[in-house]
Design a protein around this ligand. Structure first.
Ligand SMILES: [Zn+2]
Ligand SMILES: [Zn+2]
Length: 331
């Protein structure tokens, strides 16, 4: 529990003494972020284009292939499974199990853990352990996926972005579950969901195949549903989740005070696709907050879902941000 409670109670700026970086360390010196410039605003625009363009392409491909290799049911199923598995990750894995920003009744807690496992992002215990390590060492040596790993010169940044987005998955840097997620290892329900991970990976593909076949009436419809509502849907959520690790520590706004070296950003273009997780600067400033998008007009579907659970009596002890709490973290 030690690390968990550290993660939950450490206040911004309340950092242990910074690790001694020598001049050759690949991690950045000092904590002051570079001032935002017109160039940075351009980066955000370019990011939005890079994020959106492949999906415009997919839409055009879908239009051209409509009725042959893509069916309305594929889109409906893909959307439903994206929302289901996405909220499983953001509300279940992240805000609930990792940070304890609310408490859910047992069936909801289990259902969200199952839904998150169907996102193909690793088993629930491993996901939570890795993410807690990310918060414990954010953008410092020890962070499993910091884009600053290779330094802050241009080549280091590009290598670091690739590492933070996808490369870290292939790096041999295991996170000890017993040290980072002892609470989950002690939880029978969560252990069972964790053990079921391989079966849930099969289910997340079998479900669109079976439903596509049932709705369309032929195995061909099953195959197209497997392609769009299975593989494409999983790939999209993968890239959105990984972008929170990579882009949301590199590009965007930093209105809130985070710990030394922590460069988490708020990146609006990803807000809807990431269910509010791209308000990542606020999240790192106040990790236990149930709402990440605290500003005016900042969409946070995960917080809306937690609010719904609370109103239905399925979640309680929700840590909603108060104005004073937000103001205390504002720069
Ligand atoms: Zn982060
Ligand atoms: Zn987090």
């Amino acid at each position: 529990m030690s690390l968990t409670s550290t993660t939950r109670t450490t206040a911004p700026g309340d950092d242990p003494p910074p690790q001694s970086y020598d001049g050759n360390s690949p991690f950045p010196q000092g904590s002051s972020p570079p001032a935002r410039t017109g160039r940075e605003r351009l980066y955000v625009t370019v990011t939005a284009v890079i994020v959106v363009l492949p999906f415009v392409g997919l839409g055009i491909a879908g239009w051209l292939l409509w009725g042959r290799l893509i069916h309305p049911a594929d889109i409906a199923l893909g959307f439903a499974l994206y929302v289901l598995t996405g909220l499983g990750v953001t509300v279940g894995f992240h805000r609930g199990l990792t940070h304890g920003s609310y408490r859910a009744v047992r069936p909801v807690r289990i259902a969200l853990a199952v839904a998150g496992s169907m996102s193909f992002q690793g088993d629930v215990v491993g996901w939570v352990a890795t993410h807690r390590r990310h918060h414990a060492f954010t953008d410092r040596p020890g962070d499993p996926h910091s884009p600053y790993r290779h330094g802050t010169h241009l080549r280091g940044i590009l290598r670091g972005l690739l590492h933070a987005h996808i490369g870290w998955l292939f790096a041999n840097s295991p996170t000890p579950h017993g040290r980072y997620a002892p609470d989950l290892l002690a939880d029978r329900d969560i252990r069972a969901v964790s053990r079921a991970f391989p079966a849930l990976c099969v289910l997340t593909l079998a479900l669109p195949f079976g439903l596509g076949w049932a709705v369309g009436g032929s195995w061909r419809h099953g195959v197209t549903a497997l392609l769009w509502a299975g593989l494409v849907r999983i790939a999209l959520l993968h890239h959105v989740t990984w972008s929170v690790n990579s882009l949301c520590h590199m590009i965007g706004e930093r209105p809130f005070r985070t710990r030394r070296h922590d460069r988490a950003t708020n990146l609006w273009p990803l807000a809807l696709l990431s269910f509010g997780e791209s308000w990542h600067n606020l999240h790192h400033a106040d990790p236990t907050s149930a709402r990440h998008g605290v500003g005016r007009g900042q969409l946070d579907p995960s917080a809306a879902f937690i609010r719904l659970l609370e109103r239905l009596g399925l979640a309680h002890d929700v840590r909603w941000p108060t104005p004073a709490r937000v103001a205390a973290r504002q720069l």
